[in-house]
Design a protein around this ligand. Structure first.
Ligand code: C2E
Ligand code: CA
Ligand code: CA
Ligand code: CA
Length: 275
């Protein structure tokens, strides 16, 4: 047992070191990635479940690394957060997304994910305003997606950020609802226009009568409060029908489309409008 234990420890140490090395590499290279043009923004449609029309595109960052290949945001966003690079990265993403959205028909909006660290950084609101101004984009066409983790800390800067930008017309969506510290207090205290129900309520092992009832209750509350409910992770027509029946007005997922490059997003819109 003793020998086995030691072997296990060594194995653990090695994989931990490998993780650390990879993280450090990612951190260093992330700083250069923007300049080297390795990052790009993909756009995933959010569809009106009544009409089937695209209402919004969510901006999702992609990193095409020359050696490591395509890196998923789940791998490098946490590194960007720990190292503080997220502030520069986040401002770049917002600026790019705003620029692309400005090319679309005026009734189509863009949604950008914001990390809590980015919001708490000094000058966070300025970064958003600069992006809007440079792209000449109406603030109403920008949606900022934030998660419940933002509210774990009761932070004055966070509240000010949301209230100021919302007053200027920027819309806020509560992302991944139901996965974290879901509290109705956030919904009561902040001017959210949308709630995005996490995809774990739509597909996977925990989906059933219970999760359906939860979606229904959230949708009912949302309707009462004048908010829209987005169902994430819709992969099948059955899932689309179920969330529609439960009262969700918007849907997103592979059933409609994966995230696509900007030229394909523009094509999807053009096709839709030609009829
Ligand atoms: P999220 O905000 O919940 O974004 C939705 C994720 O679900 C995306 O993964 C999307 O590609 C994926 N997805 C969409 N439809 C389906 C579906 O039908 N089935 C399945 N299985 N997955 C689906 P992605 O692009 O890998 O992003 C992962 C997470 O990384 C995002 O989760 C978000 O939290 C974060 N992220 C992505 N882009 C950014 C960004 O620009 N800034 C920040 N701060 N975070 C970002
Ligand atoms: Ca999101
Ligand atoms: Ca989400
Ligand atoms: Ca997520």
């Amino acid at each position: 047992a003793k020998i086995g234990g030691r072997a296990q420890t060594r194995f653990f140490d090695q994989s931990m070191t490998r993780d650390l090395v990879r993280r450090r590499e990612i951190e260093d290279e992330l700083r250069l990635a923007i300049q080297r043009d390795e990052l790009s923004i993909f756009f995933q449609p959010i569809v009106d479940l009544e009409t089937g029309k695209i209402r919004t595109f969510e901006a999702l960052v992609r990193w095409f690394h020359p050696v490591k290949g395509e890196l998923r945001p789940d791998e490098f966003i946490p590194v960007a957060e720990e190292s503080g690079v997220i502030v520069t990265l986040g401002n770049w993403i917002t600026a790019q997304a705003a620029r692309v959205c400005a090319q679309w028909p005026e009734d189509v909006t863009v949604a950008v994910n914001l990390s809590p660290l980015q919001i708490r950084a000094p000058g966070a609101a300025l970064g958003i305003r600069n992006a809007l101004r440079e792209a000449k984009l109406d603030p109403h066409r920008l949606e900022l997606e934030v998660t419940e983790s933002l509210f774990i800390e009761d932070n004055h800067a966070t509240a000010a950020f949301i209230e100021e930008l919302a007053a200027e017309g920027v819309r806020f969506a509560l992302d991944d609802f139901g996965t974290g510290y879901s509290s109705l207090g956030y919904i009561n205290n902040f001017p959210f226009k949308k709630i995005k129900v996490d995809r774990s309520f739509v597909s996977g092992p925990n989906v059933g009568k219970k999760s359906e009832a939860i979606i229904r209750a959230v949708a009912e509350m949302g309707t009462q409060l004048g908010m829209e409910i987005v169902a994430e992770g819709l992969e099948t027509i059955d899932q689309v029908q179920a969330v529609r029946e439960a009262g969700c007005t918007l849907g997103q997922g592979y059933h409609f489309s994966r995230a696509v490059p900007d030229y394909l997003a523009a094509m999807l819109l053009a096709e839709e409008r030609e009829g």
